[in-house]
Design a protein around this ligand. Structure first.
Ligand SMILES: NC(=O)c1ccc[n+]([C@@H]2O[C@H](COP(=O)([O-])OP(=O)(O)OC[C@H]3O[C@@H](n4cnc5c(N)ncnc54)[C@H](OP(=O)(O)O)[C@@H]3O)[C@@H](O)[C@H]2O)c1
Length: 355
């Protein structure tokens, strides 16, 4: 299936890590009718508003990358919100896509849908085979419901709605907040701070032996466009790099990019987490998709992005809108620092609100 470059494509969650990368990928691929909407003008938890928006804009393709997303602490302490918000967002966008005849929808799930005790690397078949991680159960249940909705809508209504499960992501626009960031932005921040402080050692928790797979977010976006064209289900599909790195290797790579003179000490205090966690991406590679960015290159590009934006922008990373036309149409204010970061803004068609 070829997606027409003029077809209206809606990216829900366009200011997030994933959604903004999908917008960049669509622009690179020549799409010139990308629809986005600011959350302050369209709260996707509100069914009537979502329906009205679809009535007005009639997207033909939908990338569903919006949701209430957070780190371990946020997940554990706000389970009701994570379950409610995400169930509402998924159900509203999927149902509106059915009612308004969207040709195809790609739903972004998360590897946390898989049971705690899944085989490693985790195959698609592990879904619903055991208990979930309790600290993010609310979020996981909502993500599972969203992906099963895609399946059931395909079975019952013949909708071409598919679900993809990405592995751990990183890249431009990532969350560098010391309280809630994932391992890569946390390491970048720590090495960068050590360089600023002139201290040539940093201590990291654990032994560094546990392994994870990581994917550069622009590769993920490229995979999403590929799946929009090539994957029809049934079931969901994993998106992973297929390469595992130990935390010690990762720390060494980040050190080499950010502050090569720095020594790393591991505390060997037993704080290693699961010894191995990775996604089995063989179904995706069999379809013919390959990762383009190796970890060292991706880390360099992420650090370049980090250096190119000031602290305030990093904190407000979600305001790194992919277009400015939205501002013109909606009256939204965009700070000058955000303006500097916007890519290809003139080629994005964006939409304003309801008034
Ligand atoms: N990041 C990862 O490592 C990772 C890995 C695997 C899967 N995923 C999946 O990818 C998807 C996106 O994740 P992300 O990391 O890009 O998250 P993110 O950076 O937090 O972005 C989420 C986006 O959703 C929007 N949003 C939230 N609530 C909304 C609402 N009520 N109405 C309208 N828009 C709303 C946010 O808008 P604002 O910017 O205005 O708040 C933001 O643009 C999620 O489904 C997640 O499970 C992410």
């Amino acid at each position: 299936m070829t997606v027409d470059a003029d077809a209206p494509v809606y990216v829900a969650g366009h200011q997030g890590l994933v959604g903004s990368a999908i917008c960049r990928a669509l622009l690179r691929a020549g799409h010139n009718n990308v629809l986005v909407e600011d959350r302050r003008r369209l709260d996707l938890r509100r069914q009537d508003d979502v329906d009205q928006w679809f009535t007005q804009h009639q997207p033909k393709y939908v990338y569903l990358a919006a949701g209430t997303v957070g780190g371990i602490k946020a997940n554990a302490t706000r389970q009701a919100e994570f379950l409610y918000d995400n169930m509402m967002i998924h159900a509203n966008v999927i149902e509106a896509s059915r009612i308004h005849g969207v040709e195809k929808l790609l739903y972004l799930g998360s590897a946390c849908v898989y049971p705690r005790q899944s085989p490693q690397p985790i195959p698609e078949q592990a879904l619903l085979t055991g208990p979930l991680e309790p600290t993010n159960e609310g979020y996981s249940l909502a993500k599972i419901a969203g992906m099963r909705l895609c399946d059931f809508y395909r079975q019952q209504y013949g909708c071409r709605f598919v679900a993809a499960m990405p592995t751990n992501l990183y890249g431009p626009g990532d969350n560098f907040d010391p309280e809630s960031s994932h391992v890569i932005p946390a390491l970048i921040r720590r090495f960068h701070q050590a360089k600023l402080d002139g201290s040539n050692r940093i201590e990291l928790w654990g032994s560094g032996s546990s392994t994870r797979d990581f994917m550069y977010v622009d590769d993920l976006a490229d995979a999403c466009l590929f799946l929009m064209q090539r994957f029809e289900g049934p079931g969901h599909i994993n998106i992973g790099s297929g390469v595992e790195h130990s935390i010690a290797e990762l720390a060494g790579l980040v050190r080499d990019v950010v502050y090569p003179d720095c020594q790393i000490d591991f505390s060997h205090d037993g704080l290693d987490g699961m010894p191995r966690r990775a996604i089995d991406a063989s179904q995706l590679t069999q379809l013919g998709w390959q990762v383009a960015t190796d970890l060292a290159d991706g880390l360099k590009q992420t650090y370049d992005w980090y250096l190119g934006v000031d602290e305030d922008v990093r904190r407000r990373r979600k305001r790194l809108a992919v277009n400015l036309d939205a501002a013109a149409n909606t009256g939204m204010e965009i700070a000058p620092t955000d303006v500097d970061l916007v890519e290809n803004r003139s080629t994005v068609m964006s939409v304003g609100g309801r008034d």
